[in-house]
Design a protein. Structure first.
Lengths: 291, 325
């Protein structure tokens, strides 16, 4: 590393800060939080400020990945296609600086969006509900930021690994669809084939571990730990699992004391994996390719 | 010491050989023109020097550092104007130059750089996405000049520039050369190279077909000039007078025109004086120098098996290009 990561990241942040698309995404996040708060304040009477956070977590699990993926999927490949990467690599920054500078810059952008949305929720919480569940709020913001960073990592990693915009988009959209729409088919389907029945509540450990590694589940499980009330993962349901299993975390489904990797807190590791592994693959491929 | 040295540098894409066993040496302080038609492998070679593309075989050094393993030592000392690049459309021109200054840890004044490449202060404040191709070219040139590099590598620097811009570019290359900067630049347009280069290398189909000074190349290809004189008198009577002058190898007379092949430049004046002494009245003189273009066509289109007839091809194309003008 030649120490230009920070310079590249700053340029990235500045460049992305002028992107209209990004501002509309930030607007969407902030708008979502605002609408959520106002709607709950208007309709429900006996809701505490702490409980509102869980309502905000539900739409965030769907929108935040989309925002982060959009912010990141063009990061490296976009410059490769336009040719600005030649201008960049003609200067002292090398490929390592480019990948990690981009990752840092784009993650910072997503984090800034999350921070802005959380600040709005803080203000609305105080104004509309008269109190601020500060510890809950801080945990919520931190986990949401990590969640956003995980998807930014996935997107930047993908953008470094492929040679065309189309491929990058196909991969991130594909992964998002798998996580949110096809997950049960892909995990419970094989389970059905192996054991002749769909996963019961107390499913095999490998299956629970697989569930654990869905970053969206990891997020909702973590948030449920932090805020009052539960955030349920938004999923397409195919009825392959036993009905009682939906909405339960792997830790709850495990008979007896769950091992550490099935605990809800392990979600932090899961989210970090989704951040690190795609970047590692993307970096490896980008370092070896001809531009 | 050499600024750029390649040994056996080769790049293949499947069956296609883009650069074939290239051995090239560019001395420090010289202005080297890297010529060749589009698709000859110029950009591939430059991309290998900049570690954007990895060689299939062979190696290259830039300023004494290995282009692949020591790329980080090279980039701070080199200014690069890449080919087929793009700017960051949302960032201002000035921000681009500032970014280059930050990465090179240089102490240049961004405004001075911007002025030097012919962009106005107003232009510099605008997002670079609004720039024309020529302005982008100027901006990237400015970024390349940041940090007073020891070596400038410019890939097709004249693309997108109007004739005025091209002259400015040539002035800039000369000024950099005077400062002691080595300049390596590629082009497929010969006039742009002719005016500024100490030496040229001609690349065709991935192979280096010639490396020489421009004068050297001219001599090699048997390059003389053709002199065409229009006379008031009938030309036939003066043919012998013209043919008797040393340095004139061939004279064709038709009606009032004498067409002479000149091998020694000094013979041109002798010819005019001799004709004048012989009582001829010269109405017009036209000289077709063997242009670099002719050399180039001969070198890049001339089949190797026809090396012997290369000279003829050259003079044939010389007259063609003369007519075209």
């Amino acid at each position: 590393m030649s120490g230009h990561i920070g310079t590249v990241a700053r340029k990235e942040f500045e460049d992305a800060g002028r992107s209209k698309l990004l501002w509309s995404l930030i607007g969407l996040l902030v708008g979502l939080v605002t609408v959520g708060y106002v709607a709950i304040w208007y309709t429900a009477d006996d809701v505490t400020a702490a409980e509102v956070l869980s309502f905000v977590g539900t739409p965030l699990q769907v929108i935040l990945p989309i925002a982060a993926l959009i912010a990141g999927y063009m990061a490296v490949v976009g410059e490769r296609r336009s040719g600005s990467i030649k201008l960049l690599l003609g200067l002292p920054p090398n490929r390592t600086d480019v990948v990690f500078g981009k990752l840092l810059g784009r993650t910072a952008v997503v984090t800034a969006a999350v921070a802005l949305a959380c600040l709005v929720s803080l203000v609305l919480s105080a104004v509309l509900f008269g109190s601020v569940p500060f510890v809950d709020w801080l945990g919520f913001a931190a986990v949401s930021a990590l969640f956003g960073a995980a998807f930014a990592g996935l997107a930047v990693g993908t953008s470094a690994a492929v040679s065309t915009r189309g491929k990058s988009m196909a991969i991130v959209v594909g992964i998002y669809m798998i996580l949110i729409a096809l997950w049960e088919l892909i995990t419970a389907g094989p389970y059905h084939l192996i054991y002749g029945e769909g996963p019961p509540v107390e499913a095999e450990t490998w299956y629970l571990l697989l569930e654990q590694f869905n970053p969206i589940f990891a997020y909702t499980n973590l948030i449920s730990q932090i805020v009052e009330g539960s955030v349920f993962p938004f999923q397409f349901q195919y009825g392959l699992q036993s009905a009682g299993a939906y909405g339960m975390t792997p830790a709850e489904r495990y008979p007896g004391d769950a091992p550490f990797y099935l605990q809800d807190e392990f979600g932090v590791v899961v989210l970090l994996c989704w951040l690190v592994v795609p970047v590692a693959i993307g970096y490896y491929r980008f370092n070896r390719t001809d531009l | 010491m050499t600024a750029i040295e390649t040994s056996g540098l080769t790049k293949t894409y499947g069956d296609l050989v883009a650069v074939d066993d290239l051995n090239l040496s560019v001395e420090k302080g010289e202005v080297f023109g890297f010529l060749g038609p589009n698709g000859a492998g110029k950009s591939t070679t430059i991309n290998m020097l900049l570690d954007l593309t990895r060689p299939s075989a062979g190696s290259a050094t830039v300023l004494g550092y290995d282009a692949q393993t020591e790329a980080d030592a090279i980039s701070p000392r080199v200014g690069v104007l890449p080919e087929g690049f793009d700017i960051y459309p949302r960032l201002s021109g000035r921000r681009h130059v500032e970014f280059a200054i930050e990465t090179k840890d240089a102490d240049n004044d961004p405004d001075a750089i911007i002025e030097r490449v012919g962009l106005s202060a107003d232009d510099a404040d605008r997002p670079a996405g609004d720039y024309s191709k020529g302005m982008c070219q100027r901006l990237a040139t400015g970024m390349a000049l940041v940090g007073d590099p020891d070596l400038l590598i410019m890939d097709e620097p004249s693309s997108g520039l109007d004739p005025h811009g091209i002259r400015e570019m040539q002035d800039l290359v000369r000024a950099e050369a005077e400062r002691g900067t080595t300049v390596f630049f590629s082009s497929h347009i010969l006039q742009h190279v002719e005016a500024v280069c100490d030496r040229v290398g001609v690349l065709n189909d991935g192979e280096l077909v010639a490396v020489d000074t421009i004068e050297g190349l001219r001599e090699d290809i048997g390059g003389g000039a053709t002199m065409e004189l229009t006379l008031v008198e009938a030309a036939a009577g003066l043919r012998e007078t013209a043919a008797s002058i040393a340095g004139i190898t061939d004279v064709v007379a038709s009606d009032h025109a004498l067409e002479c092949t000149v091998t020694d430049p000094a013979a041109k004046a002798d010819l005019v004086i001799a004709l004048d002494d012989a009582g001829a009245t010269i109405e017009d003189v036209r000289i077709d120098d063997v242009s670099l273009e002719t050399l180039f066509t001969a070198l890049t289109n001339g089949d190797e098996s026809e090396a012997a007839t290369e000279t003829e091809t050259a003079s044939a194309t010389a007259s063609e290009s003369g007519v075209a003008r």
